[in-house]
Design a binder for this molecule. Structure first.
Ligand SMILES: NC(=O)c1ccc[n+]([C@@H]2O[C@H](COP(=O)([O-])OP(=O)(O)OC[C@H]3O[C@@H](n4cnc5c(N)ncnc54)[C@H](OP(=O)(O)O)[C@@H]3O)[C@@H](O)[C@H]2O)c1
Length: 326
């Protein structure tokens, strides 16, 4: 099979190239998927460049955690009727050497989830990391419910877009910050009721007018930059759920303390197993309900994998997808 790979050590570490590899055999409890589309996330280029969470002891990595395709073989203990199923893949390369930037990938059966009829492979290839992270940010602990107000920062981002759609699906009201009219349109299309340009408008005033008692949850992409805003808009006992870290300094907030509000950190890889299972179940239900949609897509061939990673690193607005040869 054809695959993209990089080495993890030496002078060529992180350089992507296309290679031929043996067809992976699914082990017990695994399935082999013929990948149609591989989805690229920031974590993929960060890990490749040494700033991520690649498992120790790997000489070579086939990158990319997300993807979609069709099951073509099953290992011992997996129902043979799964062969032929269209599936979306999550955390394919977590703690493993082989991700989705390959014609074929073998992975645990539960990490290949049936795609409902009507959900495209492209949509499926963009679900794993963004939708599962978004789900945890919204539903950890006592989570959000119908009628709750939620603020999602950076609403055109992959995680944020999924967060808006999942929150709306659950019956919540959503406000979102953005930095341009193009991004505002994407946030609105996802279902945000209130969209605020955080570079040119007063976010606190707008959100407080929209939700006078404050929001129950903030889904946060840049905590140090937004900490003061978050403290002013979060309601009593609310949660600021942050999924990205930055090296900027941040001061502990007295306002957060007065509100008995919490700051929670989310990492999709290490979230509790029960939370992963719940995220998969809810994302599947939301797909069936037609509640999850596709951001604008930029496509690359497998041979263009470096350009695909670069596009994500450069902040392409939408999803970057890599097509595998048929
Ligand atoms: N913890 C986890 O498990 C997890 C999971 C997925 C992703 N991540 C991390 O989360 C980050 C975003 O991932 P992604 O895939 O969603 O990326 P993305 O699609 O590039 O979206 C990031 C969005 O955040 C916006 N943004 C940046 N700074 C902002 C600020 N101060 N206020 C409001 N919006 C801001 C950006 O737009 P503007 O800059 O134009 O505002 C952009 O729309 C990456 O660092 C990624 O590595 C972590």
């Amino acid at each position: 099979m054809r695959a993209a790979r990089y080495l993890t050590g030496g002078p060529d570490a992180g350089v992507l190239e296309i290679v031929d590899r043996d067809v992976p055999e699914p082990g017990p409890g695994e399935v082999r998927v013929r990948v149609s589309v591989s989805g690229v996330n920031p974590t993929d280029w960060k890990s490749r460049k040494g700033g991520g969470l690649t498992a120790a002891g790997l000489d070579e990595v086939i990158p990319n955690q997300d993807g979609a395709g069709v099951i073509e073989a099953v290992g011992a203990g997996v129902d043979e009727r799964r062969v032929g199923e269209r599936v979306w893949l999550w955390l394919a390369q977590w703690q493993r050497a082989h991700g989705t930037a390959a014609e074929l990938v073998a992975l645990p059966s539960e990490q290949a989830v049936a795609l409902p009829d009507g959900s495209s492979l492209d949509l499926g290839a963009g679900l794993g990391i963004p939708a599962m992270t978004a789900h945890r940010c919204l539903f950890s602990g006592d989570g959000i419910g119908a009628g709750d107000a939620v603020l999602v920062h950076g609403g055109a981002g992959a995680v944020a877009h999924a967060a808006i759609e999942l929150a709306v699906w659950r019956g919540a009201r959503v406000a979102s910050t953005v930095s341009s009219p193009e991004k505002a349109q994407l946030a609105r299309a996802a279902g945000a009721e209130l969209v605020v340009d955080y570079r040119n408008e007063d976010v606190v005033a707008a959100v407080r007018e929209w939700a006078p008692d404050g929001v129950r949850r903030v889904v946060e992409v840049d905590l140090p930059a937004n900490a003061d805003v978050d403290a002013e808009v979060v309601g009593d006992h609310g949660v600021v759920s942050t999924y990205a870290v930055s090296p900027k300094p941040m001061q502990a907030s007295r306002t957060m303390m007065i509100r008995n509000a919490a700051i929670e950190f989310v990492l999709v890889y290490t979230m509790p197993e029960a939370a992963k299972r719940q995220a998969v179940a809810d994302v599947t239900e939301a797909l069936r309900d037609g509640a999850l949609t596709q951001l604008p897509v930029r496509r690359f061939a497998l041979e263009e994998i470096t350009a695909a990673h670069d596009a994500v690193e450069a902040g392409f607005v939408g999803k970057v997808l890599v097509d595998l040869p048929r």
